[in-house]
Design a protein around this ligand. Sequence first.
Ligand code: HOZ
Length: 427
Amino acid sequence: MSTNAELFDRACRSIPGGVNSPVRAFRSVGGTPRFIKRAQGPYVWDAEGTRYIDYIGSWGPAILGHAHPEVVRAVQEAAVGGLSFGAPTEAEVELAELLIQRMPSMEQVRLVSSGTEATMSAIRLARGATGRAKIVKFEGCYHGHSDSLLVKAGSGLLTFGNPSSAGVPPEFVAHTLTLEYNNLQAVQAAFDQHGAHIACIIVEPVAGNMNLVMPRPGFLQGLRDLCSRHGAVLIFDEVMTGFRVGPQGMQGLTGVRPDLTTLAKIIGGGMPVGAFGGRADLMAHIAPLGGVYQAGTLSGNPVAVAAGLATLRLIGQPGFYDALGERTARLAEGLQARARAAGVAFSAQSIGGMFGLYFSAQVPDTFDAVSACDAALFKRFFHAMLDRGVHFAPSAFEAGFVSATHDQAVLQATFDAAEQAFAELAR
Ligand code: HOZ
């Protein structure tokens, strides 16, 4: 049996940083990443056989818990029928129909293989349909790793303090306007100055890549109004919030209707599926109907689609989100209570099945406020919890995720660990 440290050493020889996605390398918290061998329900087991309560949930997809038997069965059955055909299947039509039926603003949808592809394609579509070049994004929001979006971005870029990537020529981002999240006046000012040239606004309707930051009341509606007034396309990046905060994503909870929506994570049930969709008149600009090109060899892959369909059917059951939201709220409240008892400045909040933890007395609602949280304390808390068998995201700038299998016993075990961890921090 190899240890985590041995595997990491070995990985670093063949993979840059030893990981295939940067935050996993633990660099902002220090220590050795856990190499996961298997997962079931709310738990993951590492290479050394240690079990952890998992609040990463594959960064969002594992809403039913890991390796749900019905999802696994659907994948097995699909795999037996062939791994990929490069030709249309009935299952991908079913998934498209299900997404359209559930997402209030979606009239048509195209499947891709990742969130990055979905956002990149939605932006190309917005530019193609409007004939405009500029896009508006927000500081701390992360929309995948395509060139024009790697400006003041969240997730791994924020985690490592390098929010704009090397390798992106300035000309490639010259049309990207990056504004402060939750600052409607800044958006108004941008439209006053550049309104006729702005193709779209892309926004995480709940920011989940700079920790979790909720939109202030009126922010999303304000974006909607500005886009409508200026003929720009409003894109909700619901890669994280889609089917996570509620059965119809954030657009269902707020009633604000974007023109385009991007999805991924849960819609693949743990397999690589992304999607972008929205108004049919906009989607008609996509090839082969229109001149905006977008394609993918594995788009609509039958095995991945089977996992997504099984997941969406299961989470469509009545009461699913009430229970999930209640558990996640209980987690946030329970952690706050333990921190308060230990005298640690800490706050937490949740929406649906996602949550944010902050080493600050107040829940932050801006990028600056999130950045001002105590990163050193987070690092100590992260390790104190990991040592006690609880696996949170190894970054102070990522949201956390709860599944339907995080029951009262799992929450209680988390609280017991947190009680000791906060006491250790207070010493
Ligand atoms: N960008 C992802 C979280 N916001 C991280 C994905 C991963 O490391 O797999």
